[in-house]
Design a protein around this ligand. Structure first.
Ligand code: PBG
Length: 389
């Protein structure tokens, strides 16, 4: 016995210390009998130091125990934990967001999103190939549009030879099996930086719909598998559904940004695309972070209007909304683990304040646990590599 050390310190060292005081524990864990005896003595010393009666511990651990249920039994070994794990994270559930820029052979890092780059079209194809080889079958595309190509009606978003439309064609020609998801909103193409049409300082709803529909049609013509309206205008899902069907695109799906909140977590994304609103904020169309029941109204509408999947965005600060939608509707639910959520973990990791890889895994797992079927995440590649290892 090493009397010199305080009892508590010696206890930490001995993993056999769960045994009742005064009685050596079972030695199934590779500890020597001497270790066990020491632990038992340590425990007694500890109990005395704390002023508790060790015989009470004896009672709890007796054969007619008061604890018939011990949840720790199912956590005892890695294989047991694997057997009872309720939620799986797998690359097939990831959607990889990609930022596209003009040029050739370009990969430009994004300052506020460590590990994420703006890619030229040739690099997008490369990246998507790599994603598919890791088991990630879906990408979501976001083009960086030059300021001189932006205008009040987002014209370039509806043409057939915009940067996004060309990239969709590249991708579907090179890798037909990959699912290409495209964002429908005016902000990356608009000189106002808003998701809808701005007039007299207001974001017009109904007048925005034909522009959004023309955008979705340009994306569908280029080969998009799903269009994802992120604009939050009322009635846009049914408007897009009818526009697509009228043009024969009955197989192009709609992933609706159903519950998209007016969030501060989009900051790094707006930096990446240079798409921040030129004036005002997005609070007259994106949802108030205080509201959950309102998300159910949006979900109800989107399902009725023909959405194939619903999305909640951001994800981590809105896990309750993910769970609520999962319970309320019967279409698949996606969640967008957005730029700011990614950046926070990366930044803390760079400062050495936490293990970024483990924190990322835990975050994505929690999004799945809350009820998301699919997750859009900038960590898709690194996480897939980890999961496949
Ligand atoms: C465009 C759009 C945004 C995001 C996805 N689509 C920005 C916004 O609404 O301001 C944010 C994604 C992210 O932060 O990762 N409407």
């Amino acid at each position: 016995m090493k009397k010199s050390k305080p009892a508590a310190k010696r206890l930490v060292k001995s993993s056999a210390s769960i045994a009742p005081a005064g009685k050596p524990p079972a030695l199934s864990n590779g500890h020597s009998k001497a270790d066990a005896m020491e632990a038992a003595a340590d425990l007694k010393a500890m109990a005395q130091a704390l002023g508790v009666n060790p015989s009470q511990g004896m009672q709890l651990a007796s054969p007619i125990a008061t604890m018939l249920r011990r949840p720790r039994r199912n956590r005892r070994t890695a294989t047991l934990r694997g057997l009872v794990r309720e939620t799986e994270l797998s690359p097939a559930h990831f959607i990889l967001p990609l930022f596209i820029q003009e040029g050739k052979n370009l990969r430009t890092p994004i300052r506020s999103m460590p590990g994420v780059e703006r890619l030229s079209r040739d690099q997008i194809v490369k990246e998507a190939r790599r994603a598919l080889s890791l088991g990630i079958g879906s990408v979501a595309l976001f083009p960086v549009i030059a300021d001189n190509l932006k205008d009040a009606i987002a014209s370039i978003s509806t043409s057939d030879d915009g940067l996004l439309q060309k990239t969709i064609r590249d991708l579907k020609n090179a890798i037909p099996e990959i699912t290409v998801i495209t964002d429908v909103a005016m902000d990356p193409y608009s000189s106002d930086g808003h998701d809808g049409l701005v007039y007299g300082g207001r974001i017009l709803n109904d007048e925005s719909l034909p522009i959004l529909a023309a955008m979705a049609l340009a994306q569908a013509r280029a080969g998009a598998d799903m269009v994802a309206p992120s604009d939050m205008m009322d009635g846009r899902v049914s408007y897009l559904r009818r526009a697509l069907d009228n043009e024969g695109f009955t197989e192009v799906g709609i992933l609706a940004y159903t519950a998209k909140y007016a969030s501060s977590f989009y900051g790094p994304f707006r930096e990446a695309l240079n798409s921040a609103p030129k004036h005002g904020d997005k609070k007259t169309y994106q949802m108030d972070p205080a509201n959950r029941r309102e998300a159910l109204v949006e979900a109800d509408l989107d399902v009725k209007e023909g959405a194939d999947m619903l999305m909640v965005k951001p994800a981590l600060a809105y896990l309750d909304v993910i769970a609520a939608l999962k319970a309320a509707v019967n279409v698949p639910i996606a969640a967008y683990h957005v730029s700011g959520e990614y950046a926070m973990i990366k930044a803390a990791g760079q400062l050495g304040w936490l293990d970024a890889g483990a924190a990322m895994h835990e975050s994505l797992l929690s999004i799945r646990r809350a009820g998301a079927d699919a997750i859009l995440t900038y960590a898709a590649m690194e996480m897939a590599e980890k999961l496949n290892a």
